[in-house]
Design a protein around this ligand. Structure first.
Ligand code: BES
Ligand code: MN
Ligand code: ZN
Length: 489
């Protein structure tokens, strides 16, 4: 379990500056090069090292949020002064990115951040918290323990109050990243369900549906995916009741703890990446943790289908026909198109049991969405323009890439089967769209719904402004924001 760094907001104490306990002092300067009172103090201690920097071509060429280091400054006991180019009234997004850049240069050194002149100083702290993540559960030896960070602000109460919900969301993001980064022999369907049960300590009601119950409910398309594995399939239902007694908002996640492809076996190269195929379930779990930690005034249910797609002797064969919980039969042409089989049953169950006011499902569903959108945007498929618009707006505020994709009868027609009600693949063309069409067959027309295909964004090969390489936690912030805007505004 990876915990975000501890951040403490303090009053600025400029008279003792220069003899800090932290190894690094961070100051800010806007593009006009004007120094605030804290930076002026550092400037005088260092015999105008800062003035020389902000007047240089180097500083002029720096982008917003970029960091320059003055190492072993004369006149101070700190190892370095980081000078961050950031306007005083910089947006929350810019402030977070700057925080991410600070965290990246800091590594695990502690810092005193002199942010009293910034409008969105809590967001700088948030960016630092999000970027300082390392998955080290599988490493022996010394773990990097990032030292604490103190942030000097004008108003300690205001900054702490602004930061408290952000810290809750950061907890959720870290939970998602830990789950997504975990190898499949460690995060099995069973240990995943156990981890989710721990959320009950935060007031989330957690219920685990075991295989016998899933049989009873008729979730045969979900069970068809897991039956080739020694790990039992499970559905976990998480309920957060922070609102009144209105029907809940539903989140549904694909939790394939490992996707070999099944009998339609994947090629060896890169198969190890399929440990992240529970990314949708990971985000749902992270959102539940986030809203519980910050005490959201909303009713939200999170459901995840936990299965392992393995080619065991009992595995589903290509050509098998299976009935879904809804009743429709599916000809399983390709056992590697398994995510939609899992989601079909869990989505149907979510609607039957909760009559949610809206439903959003997340899944690392198709390689095709990566061909379409790369790793910059998740695919957004929806039957409801208003809900889709609200989500896209929330994603924009949180700077999480999301792009609307089409649906249509012509795509749906590609799922026609010769012997069953539908087949589980629609061919290579528009692969992410036919996958979404498959899901839509399990959405009641009256349910406002979004499908998020996060195959390209759940885990990345390169680091970004607010995450190291590996699991990103994409979507936790946007969904938390959506819930806030919808129910708590
Ligand atoms: N889990 C994969 C999709 C995926 C690919 C996620 C790459 C993350 C990175 C999914 O189960 C899958 O195998 N999809 C197939 C569907 C095809 C058989 C119709 C795909 O995309 O190739
Ligand atoms: Mn697959
Ligand atoms: Zn998969």
């Amino acid at each position: 379990m990876t915990n975000p760094i501890a951040i403490e907001f303090v009053e600025p104490q400029l008279d003792t500056l220069g003899a800090e306990e932290e190894r690094v002092v961070v100051v800010f300067a806007g593009s006009d090069g004007k120094l605030d009172i804290a930076a002026r103090k550092v400037n005088s201690l260092t015999r105008k090292a800062l003035s020389r920097l902000v007047e240089s071509d180097r500083f002029e060429g720096m982008k917003s949020g970029e960091v320059a280091e003055i190492a072993y400054p004369f006149g101070m006991e700190t190892e370095s002064v980081l000078v961050v180019k950031l306007e005083r009234n910089a947006s929350a997004t810019a402030a977070r990115k700057a925080g991410g850049a600070i965290a990246r240069s800091l590594g695990c050194k502690g810092a005193l951040v002199l942010g009293a002149s910034l409008k969105n100083v809590a967001d700088v702290a948030y960016g630092m918290a999000l970027r300082t993540y390392a998955y080290e559960d599988q490493k022996t030896g010394e773990k990097t323990a990032p030292a604490n960070v103190r942030v000097a602000v004008k108003d300690v109460n205001a900054a702490s109050e602004a930061f408290a919900p952000m810290a809750g969301v950061a907890d959720g993001v870290f939970f998602t990243r830990d789950l997504v980064n975990a190898p499949a022999n460690i995060l099995t369907t069973t240990t995943f369900a156990e981890k989710l049960q721990e959320l009950s300590a935060l007031g989330v009601e957690v219920e685990v549906l075991e295989e016998d119950k899933l049989h009873e409910l008729g979730m045969r398309t979900l069970l068809a995916v897991g039956q080739g594995s020694a790990s039992p399939s499970k559905v976990v239902v998480m309920k957060w009741n922070g609102g009144g007694d209105e029907a809940p908002f539903a989140l549904v996640g694909k939790g394939v703890v490992f996707d070999t492809g099944g009998i339609s076996l994947k090629p060896a190269a890169g198969m190890e990446d399929m440990t992240m195929d529970m990314g949708g379930a990971g985000v749902v779990s992270g959102v539940m943790k986030a809203i519980a930690t910050r005490g959201a005034k909303a009713n939200v249910v999170g459901l995840v289908g936990l299965v392992e797609n393995m080619p065991g002797s009992n595995a589903t064969r290509p050509g098998d026909v299976v009935a879904s919980m809804k009743g429709d039969t599916v000809e399983i042409i390709n056992t590697d198109a398994e995510g939609r089989l899992v989601l079909a049953d869990v989505m149907w169950y979510a609607q039957e049991r909760f009559q949610p006011t809206a439903m959003i499902n997340l899944a690392t569903l198709t390689g095709a969405i990566i061909i379409a959108l790369g790793s910059e945007n998740a695919g957004v498929f929806s039957n409801n323009d208003e809900l889709a618009g609200d989500f896209l707006a929330a994603a924009k505020v949180e700077d999480e890439g999301a792009w609307r994709m089409p649906l249509g009868d012509g795509y749906d027609a590609l799922l026609k089967s010769n012997i069953a009600d539908m087949k589980n693949v629609g061919g290579r063309e528009g692969g992410s769209i036919t996958a979404a069409q498959f899901l839509q067959r399990f959405v009641k027309p009256e349910t406002p719904w979004i499908h998020l295909d996060i195959a390209g964004v759940a885990s990345k090969k390169a680091d970004g402004p607010l995450h190291p390489k590996g699991a990103t936690g994409w979507g936790v912030r946007a969904l938390d924001r959506l819930i806030r805007d919808r129910f708590e505004a």
